[in-house]
Design a protein around this ligand. Sequence first.
Ligand SMILES: O=C(CO)[C@H](O)[C@H](O)COP(=O)(O)O
Ligand SMILES: [Fe+2]
Length: 224
Amino acid sequence: MQPYLIAPSILSADFARLGDDVAAVLAADADVVHFDVMDNHYVPNLTMGPMVCKALRDYGITAPIDVHLMVEPVDALVPQFAKAGASIISFHPEASKHIDRTVQLIKDHGCQAGLVFNPATPLSYLDYMLDKIDLVLLMSVNPGFGGQKFIPATLDKLAAVRKLIDSRGLDVRLEVDGGVTIDNINAIAQAGADMFVAGSAIFNTDNYADAIAKMRQQLALVAR
Ligand SMILES: O=C(CO)[C@H](O)[C@H](O)COP(=O)(O)O
Ligand SMILES: [Fe+2]
């Protein structure tokens, strides 16, 4: 398994001073910037597009940017986000008509590719795709909003994906997104996740470094 990564969701950052806030959370020892793209079509909310991603790069953000596309259709945005500086691009398989083609498109544009599963999305989408992707992202809330409560059934789903990845000897990241906190991150890691998105649990505190350090303390207790 790869080292744990903490990926603050900038959905909960201060949009009026986004560059400074993203720089602050990275200085507080975050690993990756989780960038939530919502289109008011696939999900009932509207957030940010490639221009904002590019603006963060132009501002000087060099950390990996993990773009979580909650959009339908998907393909037209892939080249735009790659050009804007995305490192990882993940999408919801049911939002793409040709999943394999979309994954290939992401890779052809030099980014890592991920598939995202809503709480009720079956894992069967992985049957012919697991060895072609870099990351599986399990949603532990229904997508569209930050600040929701972690859905406990995600733990079993994480364990099932971890088993699948390990049984095939693959180096695929297992990311979890939604309702991750200092209190539940240990159990989530025990279940098999190695990359943790947390928005409100980091940005809604007045000390990002403290929140991230406490998450890392919990992760250090996991037997791997
Ligand atoms: O994809 C998302 C919502 O669709 C966000 O990444 C997620 O909700 C993170 O926010 P929080 O940690 O506050 O739950
Ligand atoms: Fe997300």
